[in-house]
Write a protein that binds this ligand. Structure first.
Ligand SMILES: [Zn+2]
Length: 179
C-alpha cells in the first residue's frame, strides 16, 4: 500500500544491450501508462514468490497470493526465483519512500520487488493482508483506484475508516488477467 495518494514507481527497463532506469513522476495517471499492453513475456503462469519476510507477514502473504492468483490466472508459488519464470521478491525494508510498502518491477514485470516496512509490520493482520493484496495487485498490473471500491485504493483505509473491499474492479481484473 502506498498510504499517500501518490505513487512513485522505479521502473528498470532491461533492453537487449542497454539498461535504462526510468523513474516516473508521482502522477497516478501516468503510473502504468506504458505497461498496459505489455504482453506476457514468459509463456508460463508460474510465478515464484521469494519470501524474505518474517513470521509477522507470512500468513498474510500466503492469503494474498491465493487471492490475487484467482484474478491473474497465475500460479504463484513460494520459493526461490528461477530462470525462465517471473519472480516477485518480498522483502522487509523501510526504503518505501515514506509509504507502508513499495513495489517496483522490471520490464514486463518479469522481476518485481515488494518492500514491506516496519510501520506496516505494526498494523494488524487484516491491514497487513490488505496492503499485501494491494502490492501484489501492482506487481501483476493493477493500478490505483480513485474510489474506495477495491484493494487498489491507495490508502490504508477508506474515508469511512474501513479497509478497502477485498475485491478488484472490472478494469483491475482485466489488467490482472493480462499478466
Ligand atoms: Zn499503490
Amino acid at each position: 500500500m502506498h498510504p499517500s495518494r501518490l505513487l512513485r514507481v522505479s521502473v528498470t527497463l532491461v533492453l537487449a544491450s542497454a539498461s535504462v532506469t526510468v523513474t516516473t513522476s508521482p502522477a497516478v495517471a501516468a503510473e502504468f501508462g506504458s505497461f498496459g499492453t505489455t504482453p506476457r513475456l514468459l509463456g508460463t503462469s508460474i510465478v515464484y514468490v521469494e519470501e524474505h519476510v518474517g513470521e509477522r507477514f507470512d500468513s498474510a502473504l500466503r492469503s494474498s497470493i491465493a487471492f490475487v492468483d484467482r484474478y491473474t490466472g497465475s500460479d504463484m508459488r513460494l520459493g526461490r526465483c528461477r530462470t525462465g519464470y517471473r519472480c516477485i521478491r518480498v522483502v522487509q525494508s523501510n526504503a518505501t519512500n515514506g509509504h507502508g510498502a513499495w513495489t517496483s518491477w522490471t520490464y514486463g514485470r518479469k522481476n518485481s520487488e515488494i518492500r514491506l516496512s516496519a510501520t506496516l509490520a505494526r498494523k494488524n493482520w487484516y491491514t497487513r493482508r490488505s496492503i499485501i493484496d494491494h502490492e501484489l495487485g501492482h506487481a501483476n498490473g493493477a493500478r490505483h483506484n480513485s474510489r474506495c471500491t477495491s484493494r487498489m485504493w491507495p490508502d490504508y483505509r477508506c474515508r469511512n475508516k474501513r479497509l478497502p473491499a477485498r475485491t478488484f474492479t472490472t478494469a483491475e481484473r482485466s489488467a490482472l488477467a493480462r499478466w
